[in-house]
Structure formats: structure tokens, C-alpha cells
Design a protein around this ligand. Sequence first.
Ligand SMILES: O=C(O)CCC(=O)C(=O)O
Ligand SMILES: [Fe+2]
Length: 216
Amino acid sequence: MIYTSDDDALKHWPDQCKGVALKYLHASTKIAKTILEVLMKGLGVTMDTSMADAYMGLRLVNMNFYPTCPAPELTIGATRHSDIGTLTVLLQDGVGGLSIKVEDNGNTGKKGEWIEIPPIDGALVINIGDTLQILSNGRYKSAEHRVRTTSTHSRVSIPLFLGPRPEVKIGPLPEAVDKDGGTEYKECLFGEYKNNFYGEFHYGKKYPDFAKITQP
Ligand SMILES: O=C(O)CCC(=O)C(=O)O
Ligand SMILES: [Fe+2]
């Protein structure tokens, strides 16, 4: 497995925190790989080493700090967005503030609503990213999420982003296309996708449209 080196994945981390961050990186990478294997199986795809390397080869651990804010209703902690990689593993502290938009109402009757993802002691949040949405031909939807601040507690969250390297092509996997009888997205380089994302103000979940096949 040729993941980004631990040092690259932890490049923003000060030396004194690297030991604990490294443990988090290793454990979370393992969890993400197992989850991706299961999700791929659901598409009829057996994930081999080259596939894990292609779609999770790039790893980055960030630390987000949200200071207290005297007027939380007037500010945004993190604006609504979806993560662009394949999977994100997120460790949040006990403060709360993360919410996701329900895209598919299923049986919940909550389509379009924002629901809180309360912190659960010992639990990690797993986000599907745009890359997995595209690979699965839209079957697995990336989660649109946002973070609010509070006036009483600052908050820390630690996401591990796993995605492709810029030179990797992303497009619907043949097994997903066969199942669906057609393709929703065109192939593009992850680097192109990323440049489009970072070239604009991040807002909402319009980014997968970059790879969407539009009808003539
Ligand atoms: O702080 C959080 O809970 C989420 C952070 C986030 O969405 C991100 O870093 O992409
Ligand atoms: Fe995010």
C-alpha cells in the first residue's frame, strides 16, 4: 500500500503532538480502508491494493479550531460543503455543532433538513466524499455538512481526509455503470476536480456537477 507518507499526512502538526496524531492516522486509515472495502462490495467491486492506493493514496490530517463567538447566529464555523475526497474520518470533541443536510428522505421524512450530528463518546464520524459519489455513479452520495459555533465553548475537530492523488482519474466504476445501465459522470483527473473546487468560494454541494454528464 502506497499511502502518502505519515510525515506528509501530518505536515501541519507540531512536533509535540505528532505521536498521538500518528496513532490516530494509523487507526483511522485502517477503519477507512475497511469501510471502503464494504462500500465497494456493495457495488460488486472487490477492492484490491491498487484500488485502495488509487482512491485513498492521499491522506491529510487537519485540526480545526472553532473559537467561541459572542454572536454565533451571525457567524459560520465551517460553511456548507461536501468533502471532495473519497472518505473522511472525523473525530470531534464533546461540544457539538456539526450538522448534515438530509438529501434522500428515505423513510425519515426529513428531506432537505439539517440534522445535528451530536458527538458520541468514542465514536468517529465517517463522511462520504464527492470522489466516492462519482466512483459509485451517484449511488453513494457525498454528505453536505456545516459547522456552527457557540458563545460558550470553543471546539476542536480532527478530520482525516482520504482521497486520490491529483494524477488519478476518477469516473464511475464499470461495475456501478453496469448495474445502473448508464453513466452519470464523465471521467476527469482528481487534480482537475480539486482545482475547480478550490478555484471557487466553497458553498453547498454543486461540485460533483463538474464531472456530471450534461444532456445536449
Ligand atoms: O469540524 C467539523 O466537524 C467538520 C469539519 C469539516 O467539515 C472539514 O474540515 O472539512
Ligand atoms: Fe468537511
